[in-house]
Design a binder for this molecule. Structure first.
Ligand code: ADP
Ligand code: MG
Length: 316
């Protein structure tokens, strides 16, 4: 099967058709037509085999995750995702793998009404790069957090990091739930759109809560106080790990793809209501304070010094 047959067979079979796609897969470039007044929001993320996913990932999980991490970025901007481009580097053409991979990708795309409008297919070490385009009326950025804002996070934290700490032969139900959090994170697209009316600043938690909160604090020129006892953790994590281990994972583990945002504290009830409407749990974990102070209190309520504050490529 050559490159063109492969594209036709696996990536043209998508069922999302959108009126705003003037030209999709098949020409030198795609053409989309945003409505006037809409801001175009763009994000790209690359997954490299052996670096961004472990070898127990199925092809469907890799396809799902490649799109999910981009959906999460657009969610954090309060944007509506619409069009995706897929750059795929494959060591070989393996039909069963491609079938599963494209199914994982296209099923998630369909769920969010994202059209695959183009891409690139090359040979080399397995690498998947997805570009996602969307629109928003007013983007939600990392800047804009205000002194006195409450700090919120959706879902639970630490599950993905704990999945990587599991024994390989642990196949119990809780272990399965933690692994699913890692391989199939739920991008908070509807929550991101709902936050528009409330939030001052937002980011998605991809590198770890403290590292990602640090981005909001620097961009907004404020400090924060976080109560470690309030960090939302899952029943699966609590069934398998000690409270201390879970706190470390929740504070510094990556790959959760939850939304971290700040909003006026008095809006807490409305936020809770609105996010319940899109099936998204939300927890208040702290407060924005003046200056550049940052404090995380531990399980005993005493301020602690976390060892590691997020993942960085090329860090020494
Ligand atoms: P060109 O050589 O002009 O860059 P390609 O041969 O790379 O074009 O691609 C042909 C068409 O197929 C283009 O429309 C491109 O966007 C699309 N395409 C290539 N690879 C993929 C892929 N993995 N998924 C979706 N569309 C793809
Ligand atoms: Mg090309």
């Amino acid at each position: 099967m050559d490159e063109f047959a492969l594209i036709d067979r696996y990536f043209r079979r998508q069922t999302v058709t959108r009126e705003d796609v003037a030209l999709g897969i098949g020409d030198d470039a795609a053409i989309v037509v945003p409505r006037s007044g809409e801001q175009l929001v763009a994000a790209v993320d690359t997954l490299v085999a052996g670096r961004h996913f472990p070898d127990w990932f199925s092809a469907a999980e890799i396809g799902y995750r490649a799109l999910a991490v981009n959906l999460s970025d657009l969610a954090a901007m309060g944007a509506e995702p619409r069009w995706a481009l897929l750059a795929l580097t494959l060591p070989e053409v393996a039909a069963a793998w491609l079938d599963d991979f494209s199914t994982g990708f296209l099923d998630l795309a369909r769920k969010h009404r994202v059209a695959l409008i183009g891409g690139d297919t090359t040979q080399g070490p397995l690498t998947i790069s997805v570009t996602l385009l969307g629109v928003c009326e007013r983007a939600l950025t990392r800047a804009g957090a205000m002194v006195g804002d409450a700090i919120f996070v959706t879902g639970t934290l630490g599950d993905a990091a704990l999945a990587l700490a599991l024994d390989a032969d642990d196949d119990g139900e809780s272990a399965g739930r933690l692994r699913a959090h890692f391989s199939r994170p739920e991008p908070r697209v509807a929550a991101g759109l709902a936050l528009h009316d409330f939030a001052h600043a937002a980011i998605d938690v991809s590198d770890g809560l403290l590292g990602d909160l640090g981005h909001i604090l620097r961009a907004s020129k404020v400090g924060a106080r976080i109560d470690g006892r309030c960090l939302p953790t899952s029943a699966a994590a609590r069934a398998l790990f000690t409270p201390e281990r879970i706190l470390t994972a929740a504070a510094t583990g990556g790959d959760d793809y939850e939304l971290l945002f700040t909003a006026p504290a008095q809006l807490e009830a409305s936020i809770r209501d609105r996010l319940a409407g899109c099936d998204c749990p939300v927890t208040r974990i702290g407060t924005i304070v003046a200056g550049d102070a940052f404090e995380l209190s531990g399980l005993d309520g005493v301020p602690m010094q976390p060892a590691r504050t997020g993942f960085r490529h090329f860090a020494t």
